[in-house]
Design a protein around this ligand. Structure first.
Ligand code: WT7
Length: 633
């Protein structure tokens, strides 16, 4: 509908003739209608474009819903589709990966041929350590090419990777290694962040004090600073590469379509982070098709997704989606504004980036430095832009559209989650855009806005966002915790997937995400749980109890604010507040450093002892406190 519909409400940006002419998919309506009529037929057609060792018997098995199965009986390997299959085509000599160091002093490029060599080498090495199908491997690295090799190598041999973002610290890393019972950790000596060294290997050493399942650690050299190596356990990657076992082809494991590909920990409403599980078959088809239609990927493109591989965006759209599509991926080690606020714009010009996918927080941060920085650069290679991670405020959208895209490049505002694996609500280039809206559900998907009881609310009203049809890249379960999978996502509205977001739908059927309705805080688009922050605080000797909440922040979207009740004998002070902020950063990671730690005599709680974070949130913003009937005396 959107492509033809001309009378849309509000501020609308229609695609130009040039954009429509170039788009792979010109008729949005036709495909949307087909997928609506024939969900399985739609996805089957996508799956047929990839290579299977054995074709599936059944596209979708919903007999044990919500434990849906896709491409049942099919044999496949996502790594084969991301790398090997391209070697049989002209893409063998095409660039798969272009990488640039933070300091700009080195640049590495890999053709698909070279990528295959690297993945085989890493796979041989991992395998020689006794890691095989179904074993878990934790990957904790900076943004360097070897993280891509490590993920693909695991996939190739059927091991389940668990990537932990390099911005997390000891407690978060340890909890994730222990929960996954990883046999192997792949890390690097250190990483650079805004010119500073982050000692990843030392953090691994600290974490491994309490992780008995880990037998080996592979250490990739990046920074070259000295790190302690434990004999027998720790191995330099370059030393392993010199061994004869590293050479030659490593066989690709023929996986069941439903075999796990990876787990990725993400924060939920309560308790410890959940290990979201994705599979070889469905995840492959989902990331492939969404990237193809939404970012219109083709062989001339140079695609840059600024996300870190440690998050789902990096998994789906920096590594798997683009490579399965045979695209050229650009990966940058550093952040947006180091050493100067033109770093990203300079890279777009230098590498001729055509599609640029980033986060609202980065756009807001860069906007602050003014237009002169991007205007120094020729950004004419760009043809499409994208954002993800949190709602984008129209002001930032318009800046991105005008200053970066020069009013030529449509912005794909993609709504999705770690759990969904791929885009769920998103435009394609031919869909008219409204700043701040992700427009409509992707092909085959139906989204609804419902009230507390699961009844649809009228258009224009706020409610809970649910998804009502299964999709191939959906999470299959929470690793080792199927009950939590059901209770978390499927029990509030039986038969419907609960997203945890609130949203509105307008008269044109466009969705407007408002934000999380649970205890998840989105700091610069990163997902953090109040429970994780609170459990880091509680390990400090002065803290009796604490509560973390997210409050609006101009650049980060939300910032973490903590309320702390001190133990007897400790007095509130500026120094203690600062110490507690550092404490959280040291334990959980710099991304979790609270904006502010305030002291409070008594936390507001319900009679059953639950902290009423919404009351704290309202008080902190000077808003009405709402219904207080459950507040304890
Ligand atoms: C939550 C999921 C999946 C990509 C990275 C985040 C929020 C994500 C958008 C968007 C408004 C968005 C939602 C969602 N979110 N994209 N385009 N517009 N909100 O994945 O860490 O699993 O977080 O991010 O609140 O539930 P995640």
């Amino acid at each position: 509908m959107p492509a033809k519909q001309t009378q849309l409400e509000g501020e609308v940006y229609y695609p130009s003739q040039e954009v429509i002419q170039q788009a792979v998919l010109k008729d949005w309506d036709e495909l949307a209608q087909f997928a609506e009529r024939d969900l399985e037929g739609f996805w089957e057609r996508e799956a047929e474009q990839l290579v299977w060792f054995k074709r599936w018997d059944k596209v979708l098995d919903a007999s044990q819903a919500p434990f849906y199965k896709w491409f049942v009986g099919g044999k496949v390997n996502i790594a084969y589709n991301a790398v090997d299959r391209h070697l049989l085509t002209f893409r063998k000599n095409k660039l798969a990966l272009i990488w640039e160091a933070e300091d700009g002093k080195s640049e590495r490029t890999f053709s698909y041929y070279a990528l295959n060599r690297e993945v085989n080498r890493m796979a041989n090495i991992i395998k020689s350590m006794g890691v095989g199908k179904g074993d878990r491997v934790t990957i904790y690295m900076g943004r360097i090419p070897e993280i891509v090799f490590a993920m693909l190598a695991c996939a190739k041999i059927g091991a389940i990777h668990s990537v932990v973002f390099g911005g997390f610290s000891v407690d978060a890393l340890q909890g994730r290694i222990a929960d996954s019972e990883s046999k192997l950790v792949i890390t690097c000596d250190g990483a650079y962040q805004n010119g500073k060294l982050v000692e990843l290997k030392r953090i691994v050493d600290e974490a491994l004090k309490h992780c008995p399942t880990v037998e080996n650690v592979i250490v990739v050299r990046r920074t070259g600073h000295e790190v302690p190596m434990e004999s027998m356990r720790d191995h330099w990657y370059h030393d392993m590469c010199a061994l004869p076992i590293a050479n030659g082809k490593c066989p690709t494991e023929e996986m069941d379509a439903e075999d796990p590909l990876f787990i990725l920990y993400t924060s939920g409403s309560t308790g410890k982070p959940k290990a979201i599980l994705h599979t070889h078959g469905g995840y492959m088809v989902g990331t492939y098709a969404t990237l193809k239609y939404v970012f219109d990927i083709n062989d001339e493109d140079r695609f840059w997704c600024t996300a870190d591989p440690g998050w789902i965006t990096g998994h789906s759209y920096l590594v798997y989606g683009p490579l399965v599509n045979g695209a050229t991926v650009f990966m940058f080690e550093g952040g947006p504004a180091y050493p100067y606020p033109n770093r990203w714009w300079q890279l777009i010009e230098r590498f001729g980036i055509t599609i640029f996918y980033t986060a609202p927080t980065a756009i807001r941060g860069l906007m602050r430095f003014g237009e002169a920085w991007p205007n120094k650069h020729d950004l004419s290679s760009l043809r499409l832009l994208g954002t993800v991670g949190e709602p984008i405020n129209p002001e930032a959208w318009k800046w991105f559209y005008r200053v970066i895209g020069k009013e030529r490049c449509p912005i794909m505002d993609t709504w999705w989650q770690t759990e969904t694996g791929a885009f769920m609500i998103t435009p394609t280039p031919v869909v008219p855009l409204k700043p701040g809206s992700g427009t409509r559900p992707f092909f085959g998907q139906v989204a609804e806005i419902v009230d507390e009881h699961g009844n649809p609310v009228p258009d224009g009203s706020e409610g809970y966002l649910v998804l009502t049809r299964p999709w191939p890249s959906m999470l299959r379960t929470i690793y080792k915790d199927p009950e939590r999978y059901i209770s978390q996502y499927w029990s509030k509205y039986p038969g419907k997937y609960m997203t945890g977001d609130s949203a509105r739908r307008d008269k044109d059927g466009y969705f407007w995400i408002i934000g999380r309705v649970d205890d998840v805080i989105k700091v610069s688009g990163h997902r953090l749980g109040t429970a994780e922050i609170e459990s880091a605080l509680i390990t400090h000797p002065a803290v009796a109890e604490s509560a973390a909440i997210g409050l609006p922040h101009e650049i980060k979207g939300q910032a973490i604010h903590c309320f702390v009740q001190l133990k007897p004998g400790f007095a509130p002070s500026e120094e203690l507040s600062e110490e507690l902020r550092q404490h959280v950063a040291r334990h959980l990671g710099p991304i979790a450093r609270p904006e502010e730690v305030r002291f409070i005599d008594k936390l507001p709680k319900t009679r059953s002892g639950k902290i009423m974070r919404r009351v704290l949130k309202a008080r902190a913003q000077g808003l009405p406190e709402g219904d207080l009937s459950t507040l304890e005396e």
